[in-house]
Design a protein around this ligand. Structure first.
Ligand code: ADP
Ligand code: MG
Length: 458
């Protein structure tokens, strides 16, 4: 007896339909899955066998061959458990229902027959919808990911038994549309003083300019960076879907969509792969998880130079191409790059009252870790001075993130913003940016920009 069901697969963000073909014939008991399946798919055999038995059905003691077509595309993960099990039940007349045949089934099975969420559901559904598929069965834990997709029918159930008996629940998304009010947990009002740095960050957000904050430890750089997403414009619906798709294939959607702009802060010990993505089955890296949000590289000078260099191409193109032996995939990676770094190894260079113990050559070596092509891509460099203790502990009324965001959203003419910035005594913008924006400034500032080492930024 031969049965076929629909499913779907993905490689990076690329998706494709998969036909799960099940053939059961007489012969010695045998169960095989073919069609360029990886080890995780091969393991489906054990899960499927147990799930069928533990759901009260009998597992056929015959010759079972499952083919995942097209067989020239690599299949990975546990996404095919459910359609394989269902195919076996249909082929042995233990399940009924013609309707099951035009639904795309995605889902992992637990040994007791429960249907578990899988990664990639949002990406696969979006991709297959574009190819004309309309009906999808997804695990209950993945239902929330699909709430913004219009023009499809979504079904779900708890267990293999329910599906085999035709007890599918149609999901109605009307009630749980994403909430319009946003509450970012961190606010610029928590930061005392630092008016110039806040203004520079506002300009960075308004004009999408990469920014680096340079200053002594404890001056509030990390605190400031973490609040950047709170002044960014809310995400548009298409951005929510675009970003959530990346999180979907990474297996990082926990039940719903990503509705806040991402803030990713990889540690300086992060590997190249962690940063740009890759792995045996292609996973997005930090720069893609930061897509349409903020990538924060704290302690920038501590990152190995080789690791930082991989940022150059994505910063230029807004996407990253990952080529490995078995695949070539592309992930979007358009992020606002925010960095923080100490000015020297001891951190006290130009500190108002602490003494710097570094030799000039040590300082130069420290900052040389950031190559000049990379350094030039940072449009704004801001010096962060520590706020005095008395000011830190005295009560003060600071502007909050909502007020700053309102200015960002008004979309001031960029040139005016940048002109305003050049008037500030400490923040600096690169000559490249000024050229790009056709801004003329005084000769004196140009001199400072040309002799660019960081130490003269103050
Ligand atoms: N301007 C400020 N307003 C409020 N707290 C501050 C400010 N500057 C520093 N702090 C305090 O100092 C701590 C250290 O700041 P942090 O952002 O870690 O500094 P850095 O990253 O520059 O080393 C913060 O957690 C905060 O408690
Ligand atoms: Mg810090």
């Amino acid at each position: 007896m031969f049965v076929k069901l629909l499913s779907g697969g993905f490689l990076g963000l690329e998706t494709y339909p998969v036909e799960v073909q099940v053939d059961i014939s007489n012969g010695l008991p045998f169960f095989n899955i073919v069609g360029l399946a990886d080890t995780a798919v091969k393991e489906a055999k054990e899960r499927v066998r147990s799930a069928i038995k533990n759901s009260g059905f009998s597992f056929p003691q015959r010759r079972i061959t499952v083919n995942l077509a097209p067989s020239d595309r690599k299949k990975s993960g546990s996404i095919y458990d459910l359609p394989v099990a269902l195919g076996i039940l249909l082929a042995t007349n233990q399940a009924s229902g013609e309707i099951l045949k035009d639904i795309v089934f995605l889902g992992e099975l637990a040994l007791n027959g429960e249907i578990k969420p899988v990664r990639g559901v949002l990406a696969v559904v979006l991709g297959l919808k574009r190819e004309g598929f309309k009906k999808f069965f997804v695990p209950r834990g993945n239902v929330g990911e699909l709430e913004l997709i219009k023009g499809i029918e979504v079904y779900t159930a708890h267990s293999l038994e329910e599906v085999a008996k035709g007890k599918l629940q149609r999901v109605d998304y009307k009630e749980n549309l994403p909430k319009a009010d946003r509450k970012y947990p961190l606010d610029f009002a928590d930061i005392k003083g630092q008016k110039q740095v806040k203004r520079a960050l506002e300009i960075a957000v308004a004009g999408f300019h990469h920014i680096a904050m340079v200053g002594t430890p404890g001056s509030g750089k990390s605190m400031l960076a973490k609040r950047v997403p709170s002044v960014m414009p809310p995400m548009e619906e298409w951005e929510i879907l675009e970003v959530s798709q990346i999180y979907s294939v990474a297996g990082l959607l926990s039940g719903g969509l990503i509705t806040e702009r991402p803030f990713r802060a990889p540690h300086y010990s992060a590997s190249e792969t962690a940063l740009i993505g890759g792995g045996s089955s292609p996973m997005p890296g930090e720069i893609s998880l930061a897509h349409r949000g903020v990538l924060f590289t704290d302690e920038l000078a501590e990152f190995p130079r080789k690791v930082l260099e991989v940022l150059r191409q994505p910063l230029e193109d807004g996407k990253v191409l990952i080529s490995r032996a078995g695949y070539k995939v592309e992930f979007p990676s358009k992020f606002l790059w925010v960095s923080a770094l100490n000015p020297c190894p001891c951190g006290n260079y130009k500190h108002p009252f602490k003494e710097c113990v570094c030799k000039p050559s040590q300082i130069r070596r420290y900052l040389k870790k950031i190559s000049s092509p990379l350094w030039e891509r940072i449009d704004l460099k801001v010096w962060v001075n520590p706020v005095e203790t008395e000011k830190l502990i005295s009560p003060s009324q600071e502007e909050n993130s909502r007020q700053i965001r309102e200015r960002v959203l008004k979309d001031l003419p960029e040139e005016k913003i940048l002109k305003g910035l050049t008037d500030l005594p400490t923040p600096m913008i690169t000559a490249q940016l000024l050229l790009r924006k056709n801004i003329t400034i005084q000769r004196f500032v140009i001199f400072v920009l040309k002799s660019a080492p960081l130490v003269i930024l103050q």
